[in-house]
Design a protein around this ligand. Sequence first.
Ligand code: FES
Length: 135
Amino acid sequence: MNRAISATPDTGSSPADGHNHDARDAKRVKPVKPVKTYRVTLMPSGWQFDAPVDMPILLAAQAAGIKLPSLCRNGTCRACLCQAQTGGVGAPVTYRIEWPGLSRDEKMQGWLLPCCAYASADLVIDASDAVRAAL
Ligand code: FES
C-alpha cells in the first residue's frame, strides 16, 4: 500500500474538517539553502566533480561515481593519501578532525586525505588510482 509520508503528525483530521492542510503544510516547509561547492579535477584522468563544502572529498567523488582508495575513512590509515597540484603550497582544504594523519610538512606540500578533507577552493588532485564506480 502506498502512503504519502508527512512531516506533520497524523492527527486523524481530514479535509472534511474545513481546513486546507496543503496550504498550512506548505508554510511550514523551510526553503533549502544551496550548499556551496568547489570543482575537483582528478589527474591524469581529467575527471571532475563538485565537492560540497560540507562533504568530504572522498564522499563527493563517490557521489559522482568515482572511487578513490580508502580504508579507515577517518584520517588515520593514509590509504587515501594523495597530493594536490598546488605549486608547493598547502592544498585548499579544511579538516574537521583535530589532527589528520599528515605532518605539517606534508600539508605544506599539498598532500591531503580526501576521506576527511573538505574542499575550500577549486583544486586539482593527482589521483592515478581513481576508478569509475559502477552506478
Ligand atoms: S581512508 Fe584512512 S586516512 Fe583516508
